[in-house]
Design a binder for this molecule. Structure first.
Ligand code: 9UX
Length: 72
């Protein structure tokens, strides 16, 4: 299965911040693709909802030290 969600991320100030979040998301089992844009403060994540839930994705982002909200 493949599902996409967008996550709003608050608090990223440099490309190192966004890389940290992106790598954390990409390392998650069930995540097929993750891109974090610093300019828009958004992540787009493609994932298998049978393996990982969007609430877990939000938690992953928050564990890197930033605030996360689901956009869609
Ligand atoms: Mo550098 Mo981004 O400390 O927080 S990684 S600004």
């Amino acid at each position: 299965l493949r599902q996409a969600c967008r996550i709003s991320i608050n608090g990223m100030t440099c490309t190192s911040c966004s890389s940290t979040v992106e790598s954390a998301l990409q390392a998650v089992h069930g995540v097929q693709r993750a891109q974090v844009a610093l300019a828009t403060e958004e992540a787009e994540v493609h994932y298998d909802p049978k393996v990982v839930s969007y609430s877990q994705l939000l938690e992953i982002v928050e564990n890197t030290g930033f605030e996360a909200k689901l956009i869609s």
